[in-house]
Design a protein around this ligand. Structure first.
Ligand SMILES: C[S@@+](CC[C@H](N)C(=O)[O-])C[C@H]1O[C@@H](n2cnc3c(N)ncnc32)[C@H](O)[C@@H]1O
Length: 268
């Protein structure tokens, strides 16, 4: 399956999640629902940011993730955490169902969780109908709330690409889609930090080159480098996995406080 979550992008996300309180805050917000569930499907589970803490609270988790790099990080994280009740598939949503490494159709679970999935998937009527069928109790959407200066794009787009960055829109867009389908989702907002750690300054430069998908001239490279020198902060890192062990000094891009909405509804 084609996905933009390649090796580099997946590892950057994994390292950001490792240092973040996003999993803890999201799961805390979901706790009243999770207490009523034995089984959860996490669609687009990524590196397991939510699957892993949720697996500690319910009997079983089925995680589906189309990127082979994210999928590998998910398997490794679960193994390192000693989690044995996650069944993971290297698969994702494609037109009519979750496809890929699945041997048979997904069976119904109490909760279906769709966290930070691309808007064209969560706002797709076929997807909605599919997840409603495999959800026994609750469907949960998690989506960013409010605007944040996404990866400093508000500053960097004009400086490097000569245009304004157009924001994607937040959870209200998804909420409005659901409303149009006759779903009046319960909504709860939570706050978290999801800063981006880097191994070194070159790693940070690579992150923005990769994200901006632009070949920068020498002059633009200098502009980016000068910008990042002012933004990045030195941090002490305690991480395991993704090629890093023990403590080390790293650089971090602090993106500030962020918010997300948990939208949930009963599936029957
Ligand atoms: C921002 S990450 C979020 C990962 C995880 N849900 C979380 O909240 O940390 C988005 C994930 O959606 C996955 N994704 C993209 N297209 C997908 C599809 N068609 N079906 C399922 N997952 C998809 C990506 O591979 C990626 O892992």
């Amino acid at each position: 399956m084609v996905t933009k979550w390649d090796k580099q992008r997946s590892e950057w996300y994994y390292r950001a999640v490792e240092q973040s309180n996003y999993p803890e805050r999201a799961v805390k917000t979901l706790l009243p629902l999770l207490r009523k569930c034995d089984s959860v499907i996490d669609i687009g589970a990524g590196c397991g940011a939510l699957s892993i803490p949720i697996a500690r609270l319910v009997k079983r988790v089925t995680a589906t993730e189309p990127s082979k790099w994210m999928y590998a990080l998910l398997l490794r994280s679960a193994k390192e955490a000693g989690i044995k009740n996650i069944t993971a598939y290297n698969s994702g949503w494609l037109k009519t169902g979750v496809k890929g490494g699945l041997k048979s159709k997904l069976k119904p679970h109490d909760m279906v969780l769709c966290a930070n999935l691309p808007p064209d998937i969560v706002c797709n009527v076929n997807f909605l109908s599919y997840i409603s069928k495999v959800s026994g109790k609750y469907v949960v959407y998690l989506h960013g709330a409010g605007e944040w200066n996404r990866f400093y794009y508000d500053d960097l787009y004009p400086l490097l690409l000569g245009r304004k960055y157009i924001h994607d829109g937040d959870y209200l867009k998804t909420y409005s889609f659901l409303h149009g389908q006759g779903i009046f989702a319960n909504t709860k907002i939570f706050e978290f930090y999801l800063d981006q750690p880097f191994k070194d300054f070159d790693d940070a430069m690579d992150f923005w080159r990769h994200r901006l998908k632009a070949r920068l001239t020498k002059r633009k490279e200098k502009i980016l480098s000068d910008f990042l020198k002012k933004k990045l902060i030195s941090t002490r890192n305690r991480s395991r996995g993704a090629g890093m062990t023990g403590q080390s000094n790293t650089l971090t891009a602090p993106f500030g406080l962020r918010r997300a909405a948990i939208m949930w509804w009963k599936s029957c």
